[in-house]
Design a protein around this ligand. Sequence first.
Ligand code: C2E
Ligand code: MG
Ligand code: MG
Ligand code: MG
Length: 283
Amino acid sequence: RAKQSGRATYRIFEAQMDAELQQRKALEYDLRQAVLKDELEVHYQPLIDIGKRQVAAVEALVRWRHPARGLVSPADFIPLAEETGLIVSIGEWVLETACRQVLDWQNLRVAVNLSPVQFRNRELVETVRQVLVRTGLAPERLELEITESVLINDASAALEILNGLKNLGVKIAMDDFGTGYSSLGYLNSFPFDKIKIDKSFIGDMDSKDKSGAIVKSVIGLGQSLNMVTTAEGVETPEQAEFLRQEGCDQVQGYYFSKPVTAPELSTFIERWDGARAWGDVAA
Ligand code: C2E
Ligand code: MG
Ligand code: MG
Ligand code: MG
């Protein structure tokens, strides 16, 4: 009996595995189609320069407008795109779309996220160079965001690629700082221009004194290393004001704007009134 029910359980398990595998295969098929059918979109979120009270840059964030599922967030398809290698072509498409788009926005910079998988590919430097040539964007207006996970596997290969990118004249930002291994050695050994303090620390500042202290010291660290500091996930005027007082260079978060479509961002820029926006923060 026990044996029989065991077998039954196994069969259920097997069926479940099949279902999951099938679902994954279906999603993978859909994602390949998405690329061909032009279902991917790039949204943009402003980064505000605190000192100048101006929009300094935008971060390009990919979304998938799925015919049945609606707007799918990157967390739900980037991992699959990475496993299947599709991220290489998706990433190049995002990069080119964002570089072309930002030409419409005077001297704003654009920040584009790079996956560790793109980083494993030695062609990356050449790809970025070609996109800059094709779009005509000045290299200093492009910022590439990477996370520490890029650096841990093969640090010397990563350094070679980073130096190649730096030689093109683009900027490099360390994204989600504080969440990974956060070896301070990375800041020393790699040519970062910017540190982005992870949003988890900003969100916790209200409830945990320690988070405020951590944010403060990362800002100090950035200043002493001559790197720009950006705080992500700023949702309240209190957080923005704290960051201003501590000397953070830039803020990014829902308090200023969620990631929006390109036309919506154009409207945001047109309506942006730094004095008023910052007045609201300080009030
Ligand atoms: P990220 O690069 O750290 O991007 C910031 C994320 O924080 C975005 O999520 C953004 O919408 C969200 N965010 C911004 N302000 C706030 C806020 O005030 N509160 C909260 N709770 N969240 C805020 P999103 O767009 O869902 O992207 C998630 C992650 O997906 C990104 O994290 C990035 O790692 C990845 N990703 C997005 N686009 C791309 C891409 O084109 N290529 C690659 N490789 N990864 C991408
Ligand atoms: Mg990012
Ligand atoms: Mg981040
Ligand atoms: Mg992140």
